[in-house]
Design a protein around this ligand. Structure first.
Ligand SMILES: [Zn+2]
Ligand SMILES: [Zn+2]
Length: 220
């Protein structure tokens, strides 16, 4: 068997947690690679899950000062292994890798009873390049149903704006429906870095009077 992440050959009789075993495929993730992922333990920022800190982190303090409420959950720390994973998955477009965290994602999202799951979209041009939205693909792999209520503007349509304006998460997303929005929403992204993208989306819902909006990501 070949490891999808490091390409090393390994014995398929080796015991690996079926979590990382990609069913209907002769490929899997070897135990060396599995061990490199760091699950976020009990010690994390209470509002954004930044690992290894037991009080509200600086990012979250800044959001609070700006009047934002952070209510985020993440599964793994964004370490070198995660970086490698997302570079293979997103940028090299290896869609099989959408299955790697399927079980954990399913388990984690099942605890959001009554919440409508909404993935963060990719731009149309990114979609054309990759042929998939890495966030929806993660949800598909986990068998989680979701609704696409968000749209991401194309960067080329924004070319009249300054580079700085385009780089900020502001104005990048909009809600693509005139219909009633769900009362409880969980926005799902792949990686939480500054929280700018997710906080911007949360504020879009808040403008529509929807304040029970939580966020989730694989990595933080
Ligand atoms: Zn490996
Ligand atoms: Zn935080």
């Amino acid at each position: 068997m070949i490891c999808l992440l490091c390409s090393q050959r390994f014995n398929s009789k080796e015991k690996f947690s079926n979590l990382f075993f990609l069913r209907k495929s002769s490929k899997a993730i070897c135990t060396d690679c599995q061990r490199r992922f760091e699950r976020i333990g009990s010690k994390h920022c209470p509002t954004c899950f930044r690992p290894n800190i037991d009080k509200i982190c600086l990012d979250c303090q800044t959001w609070q000062e700006k009047g934002h409420r952070v209510n985020h959950c993440a599964l793994y720390g964004y370490n070198e292994a995660m970086k490698d994973y997302f570079s293979k998955y997103k940028f090299q477009g290896d869609m099989l890798l959408s299955k790697v965290f399927a079980k954990q994602v399913k388990k984690a999202l099942n605890s959001y009873k009554g919440y409508t799951i909404i993935p963060v979209p990719v731009s149309k041009e990114r979609y054309r390049e990759r042929q998939f939205n890495q966030v929806s693909a993660l949800l598909d792999a986990a068998g989680i149903s979701y609704i696409n209520l968000l749209e991401r503007k194309d960067a080329d349509k924004q070319s009249s704006k300054s580079r700085q304006e385009r780089l900020t998460a502001k104005n990048l997303f909009y809600i693509n429906t005139d219909h009633n929005l769900p009362e409880k929403v969980l926005i799902v992204d792949d990686i939480y870095t500054t929280g700018a993208t997710l906080q911007h989306i949360v504020s879009l819902f808040s403008k529509h009077g929807k304040d029970d909006v939580k966020t989730f990501s694989i990595a933080r």
